[in-house]
Ligand binder design. Structure first.
Ligand code: NAP
Length: 255
């Protein structure tokens, strides 16, 4: 019976930025657990490729173009999901970007861009799904933080600030919406091979290798390493878990 705790059949999950990297790794995990999947991102070519891969697994899925910083675009993402699947049970706020520069090199425009997508975008999506989840009797919100939710990083002032904000936003949503049976939690991925970190591997090999020496599992993570925790936080197995941030990092934060 324990496996039923993680069953997502009949549930619909929206994953922002789910057309690649960590988002797609989590989408595959949720699909394998039975969920219908909405991939919501900007690049339509990447999105249709990811949808084709999910369809190949037999998953009911839909690609929706969204710009997470625009309320009207997010409203359409929510209404299209409900029109297609009848409900929106799980939201994964995964869309994110980084701009690698030292704090004193940052322009305000760059700062705003990172914070708008990573933090404000997650807030807009959460705010827009709330009325529906409330009416539906509950829901799950999973926000994607980072190791920089915990640690400082010299070239990531806006990114780290946005990811620190994700942890506090998660706690506040959890406290505010517990009475509506909505659980809000964060996943803090460690160092994961994706497009976002490819430049680090290619151009800053000393950093890449230094990070590796600090990972007790002795390898960088892969997008599918996030799938299990995403399924747990999406399922009834986590119905009494809210407001927490779970590192999925091969032991990096414990070292
Ligand atoms: N890789 C790591 O080591 C690592 C570690 C910790 C946390 N994270 C976090 O994990 C999440 C996924 O990152 P990733 O590493 O998988 O990188 P990624 O492959 O670059 O994924 C980021 C996704 O966000 C989407 N996106 C960006 N801006 C958007 C916007 N304004 N509106 C809608 N979608 C947008 C992108 O799709 P489009 O371009 O099609 O919109 C892309 O699919 C991010 O929040 C990142 O900060 C990554």
């Amino acid at each position: 019976m324990a496996s039923n705790l993680f069953d997502l059949n009949g549930k619909t999950a929206v994953i922002t930025g789910g057309n690649g990297g960590i988002g797609f790794g989590m989408a595959v995990g949720l699909a394998e657990a039975g969920a219908n999947i909405v991939i919501a991102a900007r690049n339509e070519t990447k999105t249709s490729e990811s949808i084709n891969r999910l369809k190949g697994m037999g998953t009911e899925c839909e690609g929706i173009q969204v710009e997470v910083t625009e309320e009207s675009s997010v409203q359409q993402m929510v209404s299209k999901t409900i029109d297609r699947f009848g409900s929106l049970d799980i939201l994964i706020n995964n869309a994110g970007i980084g701009i690698r520069k030292l704090p004193h090199e940052y322009t305000i425009k760059e700062w705003n861009k990172v914070v708008d997508i990573n933090l404000t975008g997650a807030f807009i999506c959460s705010k827009e799904v709330y009325p529906h989840m409330k009416e539906n009797g509950g829901g799950k919100i999973i926000n994607i933080g980072s190791m920089t939710s915990i640690f400082g990083l010299d070239w990531a002032v806006a990114y780290a600030s946005s990811k620190g904000g994700i942890v506090q936003m998660t706690k506040t949503l959890a406290v505010s919406w517990a009475k509506d049976n909505i659980q809000a939690n964060s996943i803090l991925p460690g160092w994961i091979h994706t497009d976002l970190t490819q430049g680090l591997k290619d151009n800053f090999r000393d950093r890449y290798d230094h990070i590796l020496t600090r990972i007790p599992h002795e390898r960088w993570g892969e997008p599918n390493d996030l799938a299990g925790t995403a399924v747990f936080l999406s399922s009834k197995a986590s119905n009494y878990v809210t407001g927490v941030s779970i590192p999925v990092d091969g032991g990096y934060t414990s070292f």
